[in-house]
Design a protein around this ligand. Structure first.
Ligand SMILES: [Zn+2]
Length: 366
C-alpha cells in the first residue's frame, strides 16, 4: 500500500474540506507515493511517538492533532515541533493528521465519546451551514432517468438517512443552433422545442467537480444547461459537538461515575450539582466551551468537554451540568476509532496504537 491509498480513504471518512480554518489536517510530512510498511496511531505526534515508530518499523504516523499548525521558518531543532519534523524526514516517516475534520463528521470523535458513555440517538450539536449546493439541470425526458442515476452515483441526492433524493418537473426547452453547432436533436438555424425534465438535486459543495463531470458525461446535449446554487441549509452530518441521550435518565452522581469510568479520567471539574436527572448530554472532544449555548438551546442536561476556564463555568447558570473531563481523556478513544476504521478497510495491513501516553497534563494527588 502506498501513502496516498490510506490518505484517500481517511479523507473519504473525514474530508479535509470539513476542517476548521486554523487547522492543518492532512499529509504534513512524506511522499504520497511512498510504500507504507506499518502504521502507528497516536493522539499527539511527539518525539517519543516518532522514536516508537522507528523502533517498531512503522513509516507512517496517523495522529489526531497535527504536529504543525503554522509555518515553520527554521529547522534547527530548537523546539519539539521542529525536532519531530526533522526526525520524521530523516527517517522517511510520513506524518498525517486527521483533526477537526474528524471532529466535525457525524461518525467521528464525538460519536465515539457518546458510544463510550452509553448514549444513543446521537446528532450533530451545531450543524454547519453553507456546505451544500443545489444542481438544477434540464434533460430531454428519455434521458432524465440516466442523468439522475449518474448524479446519484457521483454523490448527489443524499439527505440524512435518505438517498436518491431529487425533484423533477416536466416542461419544454427551446434552442436554435448556428452553423457550427452539432445538436443532439433538431436542425441548424431552426428553432427546436424539446420536451425536457427539470431535475433538482442537492450535493455537498466539495463534490462539485465530480458532480459536473458526471452530469456532462451523462447529458446528451452539446451545451448542457445547468445552474449551481449555493444553499444556506445546515448540513446535518457535519458540524461541531454531538447531542445524544441515555435510554433511562441517571442521577448527577451516577453520571459523574459513568464519565470517570468510561473516559478513565482521574479528575472531573464540574459545576455545582442541582439535584436533577441527566438524560440528554451534549459532548465535544477537546476544547468545546464555545458550544455551551447550543447545548443549552438543545436542552442538554449535561455538557461534557475539556479546557474550560474558571469564568466560563459561571455561564451554566444552574441550568446545565458542565463537566470538564480533560482534553486527552475526552479524545483518547479517537485512536481506537482510527484503528477500527483502518483495520476494517485494510484488514491485512499492519496498524497499531502507540504505547506512549502523550497526555501533556499530569495530575498530582497530594
Ligand atoms: Zn484535541
Amino acid at each position: 500500500m502506498i501513502v496516498s491509498e490510506l490518505t484517500q480513504y481517511l479523507e473519504n471518512v473525514a474530508p479535509l474540506a470539513y476542517q476548521e480554518s486554523y487547522d492543518n489536517s492532512g499529509l504534513i510530512v512524506g511522499d504520497r507515493n511512498m510504500a507504507v510498511t506499518k502504521i502507528l496511531i497516536s493522539l499527539d505526534c511527539t518525539e517519543e511517538v516518532v522514536n516508537e515508530a522507528i523502533e517498531i518499523g512503522a513509516n507512517m504516523i496517523v495522529s489526531h492533532h497535527p504536529i504543525v499548525f503554522s509555518g515553520l521558518k527554521k529547522f534547527n531543532g530548537k523546539n519539539y515541533v521542529e525536532r519531530v519534523v526533522m526526525k520524521a524526514i530523516k527517517n522517511d516517516i510520513a506524518l498525517y493528521a486527521i483533526h477537526t475534520n474528524l471532529d466535525n463528521v457525524s461518525h467521528g470523535v464525538n460519536l465515539k465519546i457518546t458510544e463510550r458513555l452509553g448514549l444513543e440517538n446521537a446528532k450533530i450539536l451545531e450543524p454547519k451551514k453553507s456546505l451544500l449546493s443545489k444542481l438544477v439541470t434540464f434533460v430531454p425526458n428519455e434521458h432524465a432517468a440516466n442523468v439522475r442515476d449518474q448524479l446519484f452515483a457521483a454523490g448527489a441526492g443524499h439527505i440524512g438517512n435518505y438517498s436518491e433524493c431529487s425533484f423533477n418537473a416536466e416542461g419544454y426547452g427551446t434552442f436554435k443552433g448556428n452553423d457550427y453547432s452539432n445538436a443532439f436533436v433538431g436542425e441548424k438555424n431552426i428553432t427546436h422545442t424539446e420536451p425536457e425534465t427539470r431535475i433538482e438535486v442537492m450535493f455537498p459543495s466539495r463534490l462539485e467537480p465530480s458532480i459536473l463531470k458526471a452530469l456532462k458525461k451523462a447529458h446528451p446535449y452539446e451545451e448542457v444547461a445547468y445552474d449551481i446554487i449555493g444553499i444556506e441549509n445546515e448540513h446535518q452530518e457535519v458540524g461541531s459537538g454531538m447531542i445524544a441521550e441515555f435510554k433511562e435518565a441517571v442521577s448527577e452522581v451516577e453520571f459523574l461515575n459513568i464519565l470517570s469510568k468510561s473516559l478513565n479520567t482521574p479528575v472531573i471539574r464540574h459545576t455545582a450539582l442541582q439535584n436533577k436527572m441527566i438524560k440528554k448530554v451534549a459532548v465535544c472532544g477537546g476544547s468545546g466551551s464555545f458550544l455551551l449555548n447550543s447545548a443549552m438551546k438543545n436542552n442538554a442536561d449535561a455538557f461534557v468537554t475539556a479546557d474550560y476556564k474558571y469564568h466560563q463555568f459561571f455561564d451554566a447558570e444552574g441550568k446545565i451540568l458542565i463537566c470538564d473531563v480533560g482534553h486527552y481523556e475526552s479524545e483518547q478513544f479517537t485512536m481506537e476509532l482510527l484503528l477500527e476504521k483502518i483495520q476494517k478497510k485494510f484488514p491485512t495491513f499492519a496498524v497499531c496504537l502507540t504505547k506512549c501516553n502523550t497526555n501533556a497534563v499530569h495530575y498530582f494527588k497530594g
